[in-house]
Design a protein around this ligand. Sequence first.
Ligand code: ACO
Length: 348
Amino acid sequence: MTIKISGTGSALPEKILTNKDLEQMVETSDAWISERTGIKERHIAKGSFAYGRSHEAPQSRRGLPQAELEGREESVASLSAEACRRALADAGRTAEEVDLILLATCSPEMLLPCSACQVQSAIGAKNAVAFDINAACSGFLFALQTAHAYIVSGMYRNALIIGAEVLSKIVDWEDRGTCVLFGDGAGAVFVEASEDDHTGILSMTAGSDGSRGGVLYCRERSVDYADIFEDQGIHICMNGGEVYKFAVRQVPDCIEKALAKIDLAPGDIDQFVLHQANLRIIEAIAKRLHVGMEHFPYNVDRVGNTSSAAIPLLLDELNKSGRIQKGQLLVLSGFGAGLTYGACVVRW
Ligand code: ACO
């Protein structure tokens, strides 16, 4: 038994921040960003610094009206809820039919309740169990693998898997080394048990290397920590060179392992739907796998690096534009902070 993806959806903030806009904010240029990363523009949620106004945190100590949890515009929770509504419509399912909601994010609005519970309430999935997963840019892939385990065990029949980020909240908008890379958005898929073992997830690999966590990190940002660390590290901090080396070595290796488990080779795959960190990383991975770039669809040029949201955003774009055909073989692969990495081989 396995699971298949039967619906996709996504939601992006309205505002687009171009490389030209960034030229007005930090010492950078469209040419530098395009050449080094392939990114041209990204979507930025309302309320972030780059949007031009800061968001007031809710102050109530006695309880928060439910509408405030669900209603905030362009938050992780509200973008996720919209992506879920679209994924359910695509799958022809109702929210009440959902058994499990897994939401991968590293930029939630709330420490508690988790974003998945906010989404459950917003969409009316009253029969679902809901919780978050944080594995940074591998989060969506790990959530998909978790849903696989739950559904194959018989515990749940189906799940909404979401990857969503409002990274603009945790990016240092004065650090040109990182602020040009990231964007906001949410993607979701509806998965359910597959009747035949040849459709859906065919093979999986995953790994973590906590000993290299320091190359990409962001501290939790409560007032106490901000005092202790004098504001150091409360935004995304990255050693770009180390992340690049990790990605171009580890990702081809974990993809090849996932393929070898089912006697496939990279040349058998129709499309590689990779985490959209940057175009240079995708090109280097394609080269190492000896596969042409025409098999590596990307949208990083238009949405930037959206961490957990990257894979489901691209999947939805491919699905809705008819670029994935039934029966095609896909590889999904995520990699990022942790360090974490993994791959799934999927027959659509
Ligand atoms: N605009 C102009 N100049 C810049 C910018 C910018 N936005 N950012 C850095 N520079 C400068 C640096 O200050 C440096 O100047 P110097 O030579 O005078 O010191 C110069 O450009 C070169 O800097 P490097 O960091 O060496 O640039 P590099 O060629 O390594 O490219 C990059 C940086 C694109 C981040 C690269 O290391 C990379 O692709 N790393 C992968 C990291 C990544 O994609 N992370 C995403 C998050 S993690 C994930 O999703 C897995």
